[in-house]
Design a binder for this molecule. Structure first.
Ligand code: KG4
Ligand code: ZN
Length: 335
Protein backbone atom coordinates (compact mmCIF):
# COMPACT_ATOMS: atom_id res chain seq x y z
CA UNK A 1 0.00 0.00 0.00
CA UNK A 2 1.26 3.49 -0.87
CA UNK A 3 2.46 5.44 2.13
CA UNK A 4 0.39 8.51 2.89
CA UNK A 5 2.19 11.84 2.74
CA UNK A 6 1.53 14.14 5.66
CA UNK A 7 2.60 17.75 5.40
CA UNK A 8 2.74 20.27 8.23
CA UNK A 9 1.97 23.66 6.68
CA UNK A 10 2.49 27.15 8.08
CA UNK A 11 0.85 30.39 6.90
CA UNK A 12 1.71 33.85 8.26
CA UNK A 13 1.56 36.18 5.24
CA UNK A 14 -0.91 38.70 6.68
CA UNK A 15 -3.02 38.76 9.83
CA UNK A 16 -3.74 35.07 10.52
CA UNK A 17 -1.21 32.81 12.25
CA UNK A 18 -2.08 29.38 10.89
CA UNK A 19 -0.81 25.80 10.88
CA UNK A 20 -2.34 22.62 9.48
CA UNK A 21 -1.61 18.98 8.83
CA UNK A 22 -2.81 17.78 5.42
CA UNK A 23 -2.70 14.20 4.10
CA UNK A 24 -2.04 13.54 0.41
CA UNK A 25 -3.03 17.08 -0.51
CA UNK A 26 -6.72 16.37 -0.02
CA UNK A 27 -7.50 15.44 3.56
CA UNK A 28 -7.36 17.98 6.39
CA UNK A 29 -6.20 16.36 9.63
CA UNK A 30 -6.09 19.72 11.44
CA UNK A 31 -6.48 23.38 10.48
CA UNK A 32 -5.66 25.88 13.24
CA UNK A 33 -6.12 29.60 12.66
CA UNK A 34 -5.27 32.24 15.24
CA UNK A 35 -6.88 35.45 14.01
CA UNK A 36 -5.53 38.91 14.79
CA UNK A 37 -8.72 40.71 13.75
CA UNK A 38 -9.45 42.05 17.25
CA UNK A 39 -6.17 43.93 17.57
CA UNK A 40 -6.07 45.34 14.01
CA UNK A 41 -9.70 46.50 14.31
CA UNK A 42 -8.53 49.10 16.84
CA UNK A 43 -6.37 50.68 14.11
CA UNK A 44 -8.89 50.30 11.26
CA UNK A 45 -6.60 47.99 9.24
CA UNK A 46 -3.66 45.60 9.41
CA UNK A 47 -0.59 47.16 11.10
CA UNK A 48 2.38 45.19 9.68
CA UNK A 49 4.61 45.60 12.76
CA UNK A 50 1.87 44.33 15.08
CA UNK A 51 1.09 41.46 12.71
CA UNK A 52 4.72 40.25 12.87
CA UNK A 53 4.84 40.47 16.68
CA UNK A 54 1.58 38.56 17.05
CA UNK A 55 2.79 35.85 14.67
CA UNK A 56 5.91 35.45 16.81
CA UNK A 57 3.85 35.21 19.98
CA UNK A 58 1.47 32.57 18.63
CA UNK A 59 3.24 30.49 16.02
CA UNK A 60 4.71 27.79 18.30
CA UNK A 61 1.44 27.22 20.09
CA UNK A 62 -0.51 27.14 16.80
CA UNK A 63 1.86 24.53 15.31
CA UNK A 64 1.71 22.32 18.40
CA UNK A 65 -2.09 22.53 18.38
CA UNK A 66 -2.13 21.53 14.70
CA UNK A 67 -0.02 18.45 15.47
CA UNK A 68 -2.10 17.54 18.51
CA UNK A 69 -5.39 17.91 16.73
CA UNK A 70 -4.11 15.81 13.82
CA UNK A 71 -3.09 13.20 16.38
CA UNK A 72 0.40 13.21 14.86
CA UNK A 73 3.92 13.06 16.22
CA UNK A 74 6.84 14.68 14.37
CA UNK A 75 7.97 11.29 13.01
CA UNK A 76 4.71 11.03 11.07
CA UNK A 77 5.29 14.34 9.26
CA UNK A 78 6.92 13.96 5.83
CA UNK A 79 7.63 17.60 5.00
CA UNK A 80 7.32 21.16 6.31
CA UNK A 81 5.59 23.67 4.02
CA UNK A 82 5.37 27.43 4.41
CA UNK A 83 4.02 30.46 2.58
CA UNK A 84 7.02 32.49 1.44
CA UNK A 85 5.13 35.19 -0.50
CA UNK A 86 3.38 37.31 -1.49
CA UNK A 87 2.51 39.12 1.72
CA UNK A 88 3.89 41.39 4.42
CA UNK A 89 7.63 40.82 4.65
CA UNK A 90 7.90 40.83 8.45
CA UNK A 91 4.88 38.56 8.78
CA UNK A 92 6.17 36.13 6.14
CA UNK A 93 9.60 35.98 7.77
CA UNK A 94 8.14 34.61 11.00
CA UNK A 95 6.63 31.61 9.21
CA UNK A 96 9.62 31.10 6.91
CA UNK A 97 12.13 31.19 9.79
CA UNK A 98 10.03 28.80 11.84
CA UNK A 99 9.66 26.36 8.92
CA UNK A 100 13.38 26.44 8.13
CA UNK A 101 14.28 25.80 11.77
CA UNK A 102 11.85 22.85 11.94
CA UNK A 103 13.01 21.36 8.63
CA UNK A 104 16.65 21.65 9.69
CA UNK A 105 16.19 20.30 13.21
CA UNK A 106 13.97 17.41 12.11
CA UNK A 107 15.83 16.66 8.88
CA UNK A 108 12.67 16.94 6.78
CA UNK A 109 12.12 18.43 3.32
CA UNK A 110 11.15 22.10 3.17
CA UNK A 111 8.57 23.38 0.67
CA UNK A 112 8.13 27.11 -0.01
CA UNK A 113 4.62 27.78 -1.30
CA UNK A 114 3.16 30.75 -3.15
CA UNK A 115 0.20 32.04 -1.14
CA UNK A 116 -1.97 32.40 -4.26
CA UNK A 117 -1.23 28.80 -5.26
CA UNK A 118 -2.54 27.95 -1.81
CA UNK A 119 -5.80 29.80 -2.42
CA UNK A 120 -6.30 27.87 -5.67
CA UNK A 121 -5.56 24.57 -3.88
CA UNK A 122 -8.33 25.26 -1.34
CA UNK A 123 -10.58 23.80 -4.05
CA UNK A 124 -8.75 20.43 -3.84
CA UNK A 125 -9.62 20.26 -0.15
CA UNK A 126 -13.27 21.27 -0.46
CA UNK A 127 -13.92 18.94 -3.38
CA UNK A 128 -11.66 15.84 -3.28
CA UNK A 129 -12.59 14.99 -6.88
CA UNK A 130 -11.70 18.44 -8.27
CA UNK A 131 -8.79 18.32 -10.73
CA UNK A 132 -7.19 20.60 -13.34
CA UNK A 133 -7.78 21.84 -15.97
CA UNK A 134 -10.24 24.52 -14.90
CA UNK A 135 -10.80 28.26 -15.07
CA UNK A 136 -10.03 29.98 -11.76
CA UNK A 137 -11.12 33.41 -10.58
CA UNK A 138 -8.69 34.52 -7.88
CA UNK A 139 -10.15 37.31 -5.75
CA UNK A 140 -8.23 38.22 -2.60
CA UNK A 141 -7.13 41.30 -0.71
CA UNK A 142 -4.04 41.73 -2.86
CA UNK A 143 -4.84 39.92 -6.11
CA UNK A 144 -7.57 39.69 -8.70
CA UNK A 145 -7.04 37.63 -11.83
CA UNK A 146 -8.52 35.02 -14.12
CA UNK A 147 -6.30 32.04 -14.91
CA UNK A 148 -6.54 28.67 -16.58
CA UNK A 149 -5.15 26.13 -14.11
CA UNK A 150 -3.69 23.73 -16.66
CA UNK A 151 -2.19 21.36 -14.11
CA UNK A 152 -1.33 21.44 -10.41
CA UNK A 153 0.66 24.64 -9.88
CA UNK A 154 0.64 25.52 -13.59
CA UNK A 155 -1.40 28.61 -14.37
CA UNK A 156 -1.94 30.61 -17.50
CA UNK A 157 -3.04 34.12 -16.52
CA UNK A 158 -5.71 35.46 -18.88
CA UNK A 159 -6.17 38.85 -17.26
CA UNK A 160 -5.67 40.68 -14.01
CA UNK A 161 -6.53 43.89 -12.25
CA UNK A 162 -4.82 47.00 -13.55
CA UNK A 163 -5.08 48.71 -10.18
CA UNK A 164 -6.87 47.68 -6.97
CA UNK A 165 -7.69 44.08 -6.08
CA UNK A 166 -11.36 43.21 -5.50
CA UNK A 167 -10.81 42.76 -1.75
CA UNK A 168 -8.97 46.07 -1.55
CA UNK A 169 -11.98 47.79 -3.17
CA UNK A 170 -14.33 46.16 -0.65
CA UNK A 171 -12.07 47.31 2.21
CA UNK A 172 -11.73 50.89 0.94
CA UNK A 173 -15.44 51.35 0.22
CA UNK A 174 -16.30 49.84 3.62
CA UNK A 175 -14.03 52.38 5.29
CA UNK A 176 -15.54 55.25 3.25
CA UNK A 177 -19.06 54.42 4.41
CA UNK A 178 -17.90 54.09 8.01
CA UNK A 179 -17.97 50.31 8.40
CA UNK A 180 -14.30 49.87 9.36
CA UNK A 181 -12.11 46.75 9.32
CA UNK A 182 -12.46 43.99 8.17
CA UNK A 183 -14.24 45.68 5.30
CA UNK A 184 -15.37 42.79 3.11
CA UNK A 185 -17.56 40.90 5.60
CA UNK A 186 -18.94 44.14 7.08
CA UNK A 187 -19.86 45.50 3.65
CA UNK A 188 -21.56 42.22 2.75
CA UNK A 189 -23.64 42.45 5.93
CA UNK A 190 -24.62 46.08 5.27
CA UNK A 191 -25.51 45.22 1.65
CA UNK A 192 -28.09 42.69 2.82
CA UNK A 193 -30.24 45.57 4.10
CA UNK A 194 -29.79 47.67 0.94
CA UNK A 195 -31.13 47.91 -2.60
CA UNK A 196 -28.55 46.83 -5.22
CA UNK A 197 -30.32 48.96 -7.86
CA UNK A 198 -30.51 52.13 -5.73
CA UNK A 199 -27.41 53.80 -7.19
CA UNK A 200 -25.85 53.09 -10.55
CA UNK A 201 -22.10 52.62 -10.26
CA UNK A 202 -19.90 51.79 -13.30
CA UNK A 203 -18.97 48.20 -14.30
CA UNK A 204 -15.31 48.77 -15.29
CA UNK A 205 -13.92 46.64 -18.16
CA UNK A 206 -17.15 44.65 -18.48
CA UNK A 207 -17.82 45.69 -22.08
CA UNK A 208 -14.16 45.60 -23.09
CA UNK A 209 -12.40 42.76 -24.83
CA UNK A 210 -9.92 40.75 -22.79
CA UNK A 211 -10.04 39.64 -19.20
CA UNK A 212 -8.49 42.50 -17.27
CA UNK A 213 -10.21 44.08 -14.28
CA UNK A 214 -10.10 47.54 -12.74
CA UNK A 215 -11.63 48.49 -9.42
CA UNK A 216 -10.10 51.84 -8.56
CA UNK A 217 -12.54 53.74 -10.84
CA UNK A 218 -15.47 52.00 -9.17
CA UNK A 219 -14.11 52.92 -5.74
CA UNK A 220 -13.71 56.56 -6.92
CA UNK A 221 -17.29 56.55 -8.21
CA UNK A 222 -18.47 55.56 -4.72
CA UNK A 223 -16.32 58.30 -3.11
CA UNK A 224 -17.65 60.89 -5.60
CA UNK A 225 -21.21 59.85 -4.83
CA UNK A 226 -20.57 60.24 -1.09
CA UNK A 227 -19.02 63.70 -1.62
CA UNK A 228 -21.90 64.85 -3.80
CA UNK A 229 -24.45 63.77 -1.23
CA UNK A 230 -22.56 65.63 1.47
CA UNK A 231 -22.27 68.81 -0.61
CA UNK A 232 -25.97 68.78 -1.30
CA UNK A 233 -26.75 68.03 2.36
CA UNK A 234 -28.50 64.84 1.36
CA UNK A 235 -28.40 61.82 3.64
CA UNK A 236 -26.41 58.72 2.63
CA UNK A 237 -28.03 55.32 2.91
CA UNK A 238 -24.94 53.21 3.66
CA UNK A 239 -26.81 49.95 3.01
CA UNK A 240 -27.85 51.12 -0.47
CA UNK A 241 -24.30 52.23 -1.27
CA UNK A 242 -22.94 48.86 -0.06
CA UNK A 243 -25.51 46.85 -2.03
CA UNK A 244 -25.05 48.91 -5.21
CA UNK A 245 -21.24 48.72 -5.03
CA UNK A 246 -21.34 44.98 -4.34
CA UNK A 247 -23.69 44.45 -7.31
CA UNK A 248 -21.27 46.28 -9.63
CA UNK A 249 -18.43 44.01 -8.45
CA UNK A 250 -20.58 40.91 -8.86
CA UNK A 251 -21.60 41.89 -12.41
CA UNK A 252 -17.99 42.45 -13.48
CA UNK A 253 -16.58 39.28 -11.86
CA UNK A 254 -19.33 37.00 -13.12
CA UNK A 255 -19.45 38.64 -16.58
CA UNK A 256 -15.71 38.33 -17.18
CA UNK A 257 -15.56 34.77 -15.87
CA UNK A 258 -18.41 33.63 -18.14
CA UNK A 259 -16.77 35.39 -21.09
CA UNK A 260 -13.47 33.55 -20.47
CA UNK A 261 -15.22 30.18 -19.97
CA UNK A 262 -17.02 30.63 -23.31
CA UNK A 263 -13.95 31.83 -25.22
CA UNK A 264 -11.69 29.04 -23.93
CA UNK A 265 -14.35 26.29 -23.94
CA UNK A 266 -13.85 25.52 -20.26
CA UNK A 267 -16.78 24.03 -18.38
CA UNK A 268 -15.16 23.84 -14.94
CA UNK A 269 -14.85 27.03 -12.91
CA UNK A 270 -13.35 27.56 -9.44
CA UNK A 271 -13.22 30.51 -7.09
CA UNK A 272 -10.24 31.27 -4.86
CA UNK A 273 -9.27 33.90 -2.27
CA UNK A 274 -10.91 35.73 0.60
CA UNK A 275 -13.49 37.57 -1.51
CA UNK A 276 -14.92 34.23 -2.67
CA UNK A 277 -16.46 34.04 0.83
CA UNK A 278 -18.87 36.75 -0.37
CA UNK A 279 -22.41 35.39 -0.53
CA UNK A 280 -23.56 37.62 -3.39
CA UNK A 281 -20.60 36.57 -5.54
CA UNK A 282 -21.07 32.88 -4.70
CA UNK A 283 -24.82 33.08 -5.43
CA UNK A 284 -24.45 34.93 -8.74
CA UNK A 285 -21.64 32.64 -9.90
CA UNK A 286 -23.70 29.55 -9.01
CA UNK A 287 -26.65 30.88 -10.99
CA UNK A 288 -24.53 31.79 -14.04
CA UNK A 289 -22.85 28.37 -14.01
CA UNK A 290 -26.20 26.63 -13.70
CA UNK A 291 -27.57 28.54 -16.70
CA UNK A 292 -24.51 27.73 -18.83
CA UNK A 293 -24.12 24.12 -17.69
CA UNK A 294 -20.70 24.69 -16.06
CA UNK A 295 -19.42 22.93 -12.95
CA UNK A 296 -18.48 25.30 -10.13
CA UNK A 297 -16.14 24.72 -7.18
CA UNK A 298 -16.26 27.19 -4.31
CA UNK A 299 -14.15 26.44 -1.21
CA UNK A 300 -16.03 26.27 2.07
CA UNK A 301 -15.88 29.55 4.01
CA UNK A 302 -13.02 28.64 6.34
CA UNK A 303 -10.86 27.69 3.33
CA UNK A 304 -11.60 30.90 1.36
CA UNK A 305 -9.81 33.27 3.71
CA UNK A 306 -6.22 32.72 4.82
CA UNK A 307 -5.45 29.31 6.32
CA UNK A 308 -2.60 26.81 6.32
CA UNK A 309 -4.51 23.77 5.05
CA UNK A 310 -4.57 25.28 1.54
CA UNK A 311 -0.77 25.70 1.76
CA UNK A 312 -0.45 22.03 2.75
CA UNK A 313 -2.49 21.00 -0.28
CA UNK A 314 -0.47 23.08 -2.77
CA UNK A 315 2.74 21.80 -1.12
CA UNK A 316 1.74 18.16 -1.69
CA UNK A 317 1.73 18.60 -5.47
CA UNK A 318 5.11 20.38 -5.29
CA UNK A 319 6.38 17.45 -3.17
CA UNK A 320 5.28 14.98 -5.87
CA UNK A 321 7.13 17.11 -8.47
CA UNK A 322 10.25 17.31 -6.27
CA UNK A 323 9.78 21.08 -6.22
CA UNK A 324 11.45 21.52 -2.83
CA UNK A 325 13.26 24.43 -1.19
CA UNK A 326 16.57 24.60 0.64
CA UNK A 327 17.52 26.55 3.73
CA UNK A 328 18.18 29.69 1.65
CA UNK A 329 14.39 30.06 1.29
CA UNK A 330 13.47 33.69 1.91
CA UNK A 331 10.32 35.77 2.24
CA UNK A 332 9.37 37.35 -1.09
CA UNK A 333 6.72 40.05 -0.44
CA UNK A 334 5.90 40.53 -4.16
CA UNK A 335 6.28 36.90 -5.27
O1 KG4 B 1 -7.43 35.87 0.69
P1 KG4 B 1 -7.53 36.77 1.85
O2 KG4 B 1 -7.99 36.23 3.15
O3 KG4 B 1 -6.16 37.48 2.09
C1 KG4 B 1 -5.31 37.84 1.03
O4 KG4 B 1 -4.60 36.95 0.54
O5 KG4 B 1 -5.40 39.01 0.62
O6 KG4 B 1 -8.48 37.94 1.40
C2 KG4 B 1 -8.78 39.00 2.24
C3 KG4 B 1 -9.76 39.90 1.53
C4 KG4 B 1 -10.03 41.17 2.28
O7 KG4 B 1 -9.95 42.25 1.39
C5 KG4 B 1 -11.44 40.97 2.81
O8 KG4 B 1 -12.15 42.18 2.96
C6 KG4 B 1 -12.04 40.12 1.72
O9 KG4 B 1 -11.03 39.22 1.40
N1 KG4 B 1 -13.23 39.40 2.18
C7 KG4 B 1 -14.47 39.63 1.70
C8 KG4 B 1 -15.35 38.79 2.43
N2 KG4 B 1 -14.61 38.07 3.32
C9 KG4 B 1 -13.31 38.46 3.15
N3 KG4 B 1 -14.90 40.46 0.74
C10 KG4 B 1 -16.21 40.46 0.48
N4 KG4 B 1 -17.13 39.72 1.14
C11 KG4 B 1 -16.75 38.86 2.12
N5 KG4 B 1 -17.64 38.12 2.75
ZN1 ZN C 1 -4.88 35.19 1.13
Amino acid sequence: MKKQIRILAIESSCDETAAAVVEDGRKILSNIISSQIAIHTIYGGVVPEIASRKHLEHIDEVILRALREADCVWDEIDAIAVTHGPGLVGALLVGVSEAKALAYALGKPLIGVNHIEGHVAANYLSDPGWEPPFLCLVISGGHTHLAIVEDYGINRILGQTRDDAAGEAFDKVARAIGLGYPGGPKLQKAAMEGDPAAIHFPRPCLDEEGYDFSFSGLKSAVLNYLNQQEMMHRPVNAADVAASFQQAVVDVLVGKTMQAARDYHLDKIALAGGVSANLAIRGAMEEACRQNGYRLSVPEFILCTDNAAMIGSAAYYQFLNHDLSDLSLNAVPDL
